[in-house]
Design a protein around this ligand. Structure first.
Ligand SMILES: [Zn+2]
Length: 373
């Protein structure tokens, strides 16, 4: 999901990424500007790209800030030329936030983005008309590198209008999906919304070939965004529905607190594991990583595992979801979670093992779904 986008920094604590289709935009603007007046001005054209990027970002910030109020934690936002896709962590059940049905939440979240764009457009109109700059708002082409204030107003109007199309994952499509989700389960609702979205994208792409090429561009972006979103949802489904017992490692090495670090390293060499539970009798007393063993050996010389192991760790039970294990691992920045049953260690999950199995399960689920289509 990340391979098609690059990270450009953080905004409000959220990883901001730009999808590769965004780079179609400058090319596209150079091309249309060149066709319009044969005098390309790359600085101005880039400024127009910047204006559009800022309008998309403002739209997404609207969604992100509203999502926070529902207890959703945005992880990353991927900016496409006319929309963004925000990936969320589900709210923790213990966060004390008001729980609300996902489809209801979506119905309230989706319209915020277009509203932000409409507000910015009105602001632009107010400044332009009130300031007496002599800028004609109704002059074609509305989006033009040589007139950035007018482009700002129209970029916002276009973004608002386009995002209201019932093409998932644009905001109109999100409302449509929320309506399906009232009667269907969430993955069936998504599939139906994505099917409609793909049909709209195809119509736009073909219509654009015979009329305005901006339509083709919009079609391609809608198509890319729908694929991106569908993948994120499959991933989320796996996190929510797969139990730890399905992926935990049951054949694993353990260390004893009385082992010396050199012994521990010797054992570690014979294992693929990077992290080890430390067990006394049948009790879990700590966890330690290969890395930590090496560091301690380097800095303090040989000692006992007991002295350098991590004594504070979280445990899970076999029925816990993959998602809960992920949040425990990241919250404590530890790398292994023991799975216990009646205080007996029955398995472990490691970060490496979770990432591996999540990707694998998402892939299997996609394959299975394609077979039943
Ligand atoms: Zn939006």
């Amino acid at each position: 999901m990340r391979s098609w986008s690059i990270s450009v920094g953080r905004l409000f604590g959220v990883d901001v990424r730009i999808h590769l289709t965004f780079f179609l935009l400058p090319l596209f603007i150079f091309w249309t500007e060149y066709n319009a007046h044969r005098t390309p001005n790359s600085a101005r054209d880039l400024a127009l790209v910047g204006v559009i990027l800022a309008c998309v970002a403002a739209h997404e910030i609207g969604h992100i800030l509203t999502a926070r109020r529902f207890g959703l934690i945005p992880k990353a936002v991927i900016l496409l030329p006319l929309t963004g896709v925000t990936l969320y962590d589900e709210p923790r059940s213990d966060s004390g936030q008001r729980r609300i049905l996902p489809w209801k939440r979506e119905m309230r979240l989706a319209p915020i983005g277009p509203l932000v764009n409409l507000a910015l457009a009105s602001l632009g109109v107010a400044v332009i008309t009130g300031g007496g700059f002599g800028i004609e708002l109704w002059k074609w082409p509305f989006l033009q590198a040589s007139n950035l204030p007018r482009s700002f107003v129209w970029a916002n109007l276009y973004l608002a209008a386009l995002n209201l199309m019932p093409a998932y994952p644009l905001d109109g499509g999100r409302v449509l999906r929320a309506m399906f989700a009232r009667t269907l389960d969430s993955s069936a609702a998504t599939r139906r919304a994505v099917a409609i979205s793909n049909a709209i994208a195809m119509v736009l792409i073909f219509a654009g070939l015979f009329s305005d090429s901006w339509l083709t561009m919009v079609g391609i972006i809608v198509f890319a965004a729908a694929q991106l979103e569908e993948r994120a949802l499959v991933f989320q489904w796996v996190l929510d529905n797969v139990r730890l017992e399905e992926v935990m490692l049951t054949d694993f090495a353990t260390l004893s607190p009385a082992d010396t670090l050199e012994d521990a390293l010797e054992k570690a060499v014979h294992s693929l594991q990077d992290d080890f539970p430390v067990v006394r009798g049948s009790d879990m007393v700590g966890v330690i990583s290969k890395q930590r063993i090496l560091e301690a050996l380097r800095s303090e010389g040989n000692g006992y595992v007991q002295a350098v192991m991590n004594k504070i760790f979280e445990v899970s039970v076999r029925q816990d979801s993959l998602g809960s294990a992920f949040s425990k691992l990241t919250a404590r920045s530890s790398s292994v979670i023991p799975i216990v049953e009646e205080q007996r260690l029955i398995g472990i999950v490691t970060l490496q093992n979770l990432m591996h199995s999540t990707a694998l399960l998402a892939e299997t689920r996609k394959l299975r779904r394609e077979e039943t289509r």
